[in-house]
Design a protein around this ligand. Structure first.
Ligand code: ADP
Ligand code: MG
Length: 137
């Protein structure tokens, strides 16, 4: 099933100049960017995006980190895009991420783990609408 997912190349991966490598992985996996922008999120934008995590102990650190430098936000489209991207990303903790995944290659820590990817149909819809309201049908 062709679907869409939201991905973010996080500040640590942008700083390491890994944008090109990460987008190449998306394209090779058949999940193609249909919208893309680079920007530095405000703290309140990061808080809104991660509102689902607001009770978690790492919420304040996570949202400060996500606002600490430029990110690349993408909508990816392809067959089973949500799961394809989650498989490409690897586990949240780069130390546990399978070899060959983006987080194994570029993640620095459980927080600075290179990429975000929507985890389900409903979250993908919310996240795409959050950054690209013009795309939501
Ligand atoms: P994922 O990004 O794999 O879907 P979660 O949705 O659980 O993971 O968490 C969102 C983000 O919060 C993670 O990608 C990571 O940047 C950060 N995070 C998750 N768990 C922790 C933790 N225990 N300590 C610090 N940061 C964390
Ligand atoms: Mg998540």
């Amino acid at each position: 099933m062709k679907e869409r997912t939201l991905a973010i190349i996080k500040p640590d991966a942008v700083k390491k100049h890994a944008i090109g490598d990460i987008i190449r992985r998306y394209e090779e996996a058949g999940i193609h960017p249909i919208a893309l922008k680079m920007s530095t999120l405000s703290k309140s934008t990061a808080e809104g995006f991660y509102a689902v995590h607001k009770e978690r102990p790492f919420y304040n650190d996570l949202t400060s980190y996500m606002a600490s430098g430029p990110v690349v936000v993408l909508v990816l489209e392809g067959e089973n895009a949500i799961k394809t991207n989650r498989d490409l990303m690897g586990a949240t903790d780069p130390k546990k991420a399978e070899a060959g995944t983006i987080r194994a290659a570029h993640g620095a820590s459980i927080e600075e783990n290179a990429v975000h990817g929507s985890d389900a149909t409903e979250t993908a819809q919310f996240e795409i609408g959050f950054f690209f309201p013009e795309l939501n049908s």
